[in-house]
Write a protein that binds this ligand. Structure first.
Ligand SMILES: Cc1cc2nc3c(=O)[nH]c(=O)nc-3n(C[C@H](O)[C@H](O)[C@H](O)COP(=O)(O)OP(=O)(O)OC[C@H]3O[C@@H](n4cnc5c(N)ncnc54)[C@H](O)[C@@H]3O)c2cc1C
Length: 381
């Protein structure tokens, strides 16, 4: 197996890098570097910039806005996007509900939803998990009963990421109470403005608001919002969760982070020495870099094998990408904290101006750097 890039692929990498440099707003790049969470407006604007370039949904079929890139080009694009560092297009839209509608939706659904999914005009959230239906998702209890040309939906979803921003939710619902549990589930598209939907925040341990409970009380959903066939939703959900595993190693994010750690460790000192000269620190950094290189090689092996894989069947090796990728991100966060010390505290002056100073939204606050750090250090990166 040859894991080297061709000259054409290297030229493509150069083109993507140049685009990121010119199109990514500096304010957003800064937020990404400081690990402050981009706002909804930031994410919508950025996805629309990518969409205008034709790059918001590169992995989709060309007729629905895809680029026709082979797996290697898709990998290079993702790597450069993450290293810019720029936000990825919203996964609920581009990697989850979009591909399901492409594969199983009606023509009417494709025309109605896909362009707005790609452009993020509609923000989607994922209504799968329920209290009592997490790992054992097939035991979900939210029901959808047919009433004329509508389904009437009742139940509760939980852990619904960013439901507070969502225009639409794709839900797994039970349409046949008598069938074996996997065989009585359907995949419904529900407008979040429908009467009977209540979104309640779940505050995370860091004080953030990323996840929610979503209550559905007698929510009337037109029958035309059913994807594919009634009671076949479990198959569509498995297809969706398979896609979720692609591109989750976030190798580019970790590469960018290591670059940043090295820059800052050359400035910060312990006693007379910059941290980067400390043998113990170098050892830890090198260990993470070796792990990252191994992860990148594994990711490339998965990419290289993609051409020969049966469509819709995820590579079993991709499971390791999620686990290893997350461990490496945690390790780089710890190294960054070691370098910037107290400046890693969850402090955001711009939020203080708004009358509150809670940690930034989301689970990754511990990796955030106070903006004052860069002013204080007179660093411009
Ligand atoms: C930050 C975050 C965001 C999320 N966003 C969404 C979202 O947007 N939409 C959505 O639908 N869901 C979302 N989820 C839900 C997520 O997919 C579920 O948490 C996951 O499916 C696990 O379910 P659970 O949390 O109920 O854990 P449980 O299923 O209760 O599992 C608890 C523990 O028991 C173990 N366990 C479970 N069953 C077995 C078994 N049979 N044998 C041995 N061990 C077992 C598990 O490994 C785990 O350690 C989110 C979760 C988190 C943490």
């Amino acid at each position: 197996m040859d894991l080297r890039f061709t000259d054409e692929e290297l030229a493509f990498r150069h083109e993507v890098r140049a685009f990121m440099k010119s199109a990514l707003p500096e304010r957003l790049r800064r937020k990404m570097i400081d690990r402050h969470h981009p706002s909804k407006e930031d994410l919508v604007q950025w996805q629309q910039t990518l969409n205008a370039k034709g790059w918001a949904v590169p992995h989709w079929p060309v007729e629905w806005g895809g680029t026709g890139w082979d797996p290697v080009r898709q990998y290079i694009f993702q790597d450069e996007l993450q290293q810019a560092p720029a936000p990825s297009p919203l996964a609920f839209n581009t990697s989850m509900v979009g591909p399901v509608i492409i594969a199983f939706g009606s023509e009417e659904q494709k025309h109605r939803f896909l362009p707005r999914i790609a452009s993020l005009e509609d923000w989607w959230c994922q209504g799968f998990s329920e209290p009592g239906a997490g790992s054992d998702l097939a035991s979900l209890k939210t029901t959808a009963k047919r009433d004329g040309d509508h389904y009437v939906v009742n139940g509760q979803k939980t852990w619904t990421t960013l439901a507070q921003h969502a225009d639409w939710i794709f839900c797994l619902v039970r349409t046949d109470m008598a069938a074996k549990k996997q065989e009585g589930i359907s995949f419904l598209l529900i407008d979040m403005k429908t009467p009977g939907i209540t979104v309640r925040p779940i505050e995370t341990i860091d004080g953030g608001h990323e996840i929610n409970e979503v209550f559905l009380d007698d929510v009337r959903v037109p029958v035309e919002n059913l994807v594919g066939q009634e009671n076949k939703g479990w198959d569509y959900a498995k297809f969706l969760l398979g896609n979720e595993r692609v591109g989750i190693a976030r190798v580019g994010v970790s590469k960018e982070r290591i670059r940043r750690i090295k820059e800052l460790a050359a400035i910060e000192r312990v006693g007379d020495e910059p941290i980067i000269s400390n043998p113990r620190f170098r050892e830890k950094l090198a260990a993470v870099e070796v792990e990252l290189k191994a992860l990148e090689m594994t990711q490339l092996r998965v990419v290289a094998a993609e051409r020969h894989r049966e469509k819709g069947k995820p590579d079993p090796a991709s499971s390791i990408l999620k686990i290893k990728g997350s461990e490496i991100q945690q390790a780089t966060t710890e190294l960054l904290l070691e370098v910037v010390g107290p400046y890693a505290l969850p402090y955001q002056p711009e939020q203080e101006e708004e009358g509150w100073n809670e940690p930034p939204i989301g689970p990754e606050w511990a990796g955030a750097i106070a903006p004052t750090y860069f002013n204080w250090r007179k660093i411009s990166i």
